[in-house]
Design a protein around this ligand. Structure first.
Ligand code: GDP
Length: 364
């Protein structure tokens, strides 16, 4: 599963958020791991209304959502990039994630300790950004001399060197690599570095209860500050989410959410956004035993998509029967869609679309 890492300064509400995610994962009886020595890891279902809609039509024995892994990366503090204490280890954990969920404290509470004085979401974000940028600078600076050597005789390395130098200058200005807009070709130069500030990010503005639906002056300042990054800011209250996630009884949960005028847990919104951030596609299989969502990347061809279910499906791939999601919903059954000419037979070169309902034919 793809991984999203939760980062942020101490006492901003990271573990509260992580507990909410892992408890709701538990309540949904999904596959789930938890350990406290390594960063906390939980597998969580990705809510998808299309999956539910298909299940309403097919009425299967089981509904299986796709999942992403959420990692709680604690311990990031000012100076972490200097390698003091565990700082380096935490930064290493960030290197392994595919996307970053950056939690920012946007609530005031004198009982919750804070080292940096008055609440200041923009300054907080910059502290974390700076640590990640310094770490990236270190990676870039290590690679430059090696590339320089070869660049004298090799045109490809010369081009790479140019990208590295641009990255360096950019980082030195206190900017993140994701803002640099490197092309696909240019990214090759830094692909092996797994740069931290190149990872897609979304921000969680952890606001007080009263600002859950409206945001507050802190979340507004944050939203304004990240405008150039083209990043999403999710306004939520992590404590409320943790309380919802702990409820086993659906009626209690509904009542509680009603009281707070919530139509769904903000967590669902967060997980959907994290999934989107990872640039993933979902296709479905729909049968009486199981209606299930599968994760693929944009641009994957049918055999590769089939391989997510089983490697044999990829190796022995013959063809795929495909019904577009909208067609499936319109015609309500596979048979009706087939009759209407909406079931397509696709071969090895077919590029799977988000929402396709697929049935694979394969040789064993
Ligand atoms: P972490 O260090 O970022 O993991 O922060 P925690 O999740 O452990 O939260 C630190 C403290 O802040 C705990 O006492 C939480 O109960 C409290 N906290 C978390 N979210 C909120 C919130 O939205 N409002 C308030 N008032 N307190 C919160």
């Amino acid at each position: 599963a793809l991984k999203a890492g939760i980062v942020g300064l101490p006492n901003v509400g990271k573990s509260t958020l992580f507990n909410a995610v892992s408890n709701s994962a538990k309540a949904q009886a999904s596959n789930y791991r938890f350990c406290t020595i390594e960063p906390n890891v939980g597998l969580v279902d990705v809510p998808d209304t299309r999956l539910n809609k298909l299940a309403e039509l097919v009425i299967p024995d089981r509904i299986v959502p796709t999942q992403i892994e959420i990692v709680d990366i604690a311990g990031l503090v000012k100076g972490a990039s200097k390698g003091e204490g565990l700082g380096n280890k935490f930064l290493g954990n960030i290197r392994e994630v595919d996307a970053i969920i950056h939690v920012i404290r946007c609530f005031e509470d004198e009982n919750v300790l804070r080292d940096e004085g008055a609440i200041n979401p923009v300054a907080d974000k910059e502290i974390i950004d700076t640590e990640l940028q310094l770490k990236d600078l270190e990676s870039i600076e290590k690679k430059i001399p090696k590339t320089e050597k070869g660049a004298k005789t090799d045109a490809k390395l010369k081009a790479e060197l140019e990208v590295l130098l641009r990255c360096k200058a950019h980082l030195e200005q206190g900017r993140s690599i994701r803002e640099l807009g490197l092309s696909k070709e240019e990214k090759v130069a830094v692909a092996d570095l797994f740069l931290l500030t190149d990872k897609p990010v979304l921000y969680v503005a952890n606001v007080d209860e009263g600002s859950m639906h409206t945001g507050n002056k802190f979340s507004e300042a944050l939203t304004a500050a990240v405008q150039n990054e083209n990043a999403q800011v999710i306004i939520m209250n992590n404590s409320i989410e943790a309380q919802i996630a702990e409820m086993d009884n659906e009626d209690d949960k509904a009542l509680f959410m009603d009281e707070y005028k919530m139509t769904e847990p903000a967590l669902d919104r967060l997980i959907r956004s994290a999934y989107k951030l990872l640039n993933l596609y979902t296709y479905f299989t729909a049968g009486v035993q199981e209606v299930r969502a599968w994760t693929i990347h944009e641009g994957w061809k049918a055999p590769q998509a089939a391989g997510v279910i089983h490697t044999d499906f990829e190796k022995g791939f013959i063809k795929a029967e495909v019904i577009g999601y909208d067609d499936y919903v319109q015609y309500k059954t596979e048979a009706a869609a087939r009759e209407a000419g909406k079931l397509r037979i696709e071969g090895k070169e077919y590029i799977v679309k988000d929402g396709d309902v697929m049935h694979f034919r394969f040789n064993v």
